[in-house]
Design a protein. Structure first.
Length: 174
């Protein structure tokens, strides 16, 4: 007569449960209370942002988190100076030339005056106009943190009739 073996299923299940208990019971992480981290980030990034032209012919915003400006014209000077070396390596460029610009802002309204400059509403000029509008909108927001860049409207005044007011979103199409 041969002795029957006990079924392996209960033994296998017991070993699996024991292994799971050992693996999850002592992982070295000590319990802690709730740790407050403030509000989650929402909306657009804060601070100065310049808008350059990408290799695909679209506007691309780049942050300047360490740059503090005290007037809108300072943002235009940075824009005309062009991308940094790493940004140039990514193919970014500026179409904005160093010209006499005078930008003024009140609340959500910004006006850019540039004597001798002809601003055009042609599709061909959308990139340069977009660089100016988007950079000025972000600069106005950086100067006045309670103003959202999306709410800023920029008018371009040069030779001829004024153009705008424009919002940055009008230049950020596909």
């Amino acid at each position: 007569m041969t002795a029957e073996r006990p079924p392996l299923r209960p033994l296998t299940a017991a070993l699996a449960a024991l292994l799971a208990a050992v693996l999850t019971s002592s992982c070295g992480v000590q319990p802690s209370g709730v740790i407050g981290a403030g509000e989650p980030p929402t909306g657009l990034t804060k601070g100065l942002r310049l808008y350059f032209v990408s290799p695909t012919g679209h506007l691309e915003g780049v942050s300047r988190p360490d740059v503090r400006i005290t007037e809108l014209d300072a943002a235009l000077k940075l824009l005309a100076a062009g991308p940094t070396d790493p940004e140039l390596e990514r193919g970014l460029t500026t179409l904005v030339r160093q010209l006499p610009y005078d930008a003024t802002g009140t609340g959500t309204r910004v006006t850019l005056s540039s004597p001798g400059t002809t601003f055009s509403g042609n599709r061909r000029d959308d990139l340069v106009n977009g660089q100016l509008v988007c950079t000025l909108a972000r600069a106005q927001s950086a100067l006045h943190p309670t103003i959202r860049p999306d709410d800023v409207q920029v008018t371009l005044n040069g030779e001829g009739r004024p153009l705008g007011p424009y919002r940055c979103s009008q230049f950020m199409g596909d």
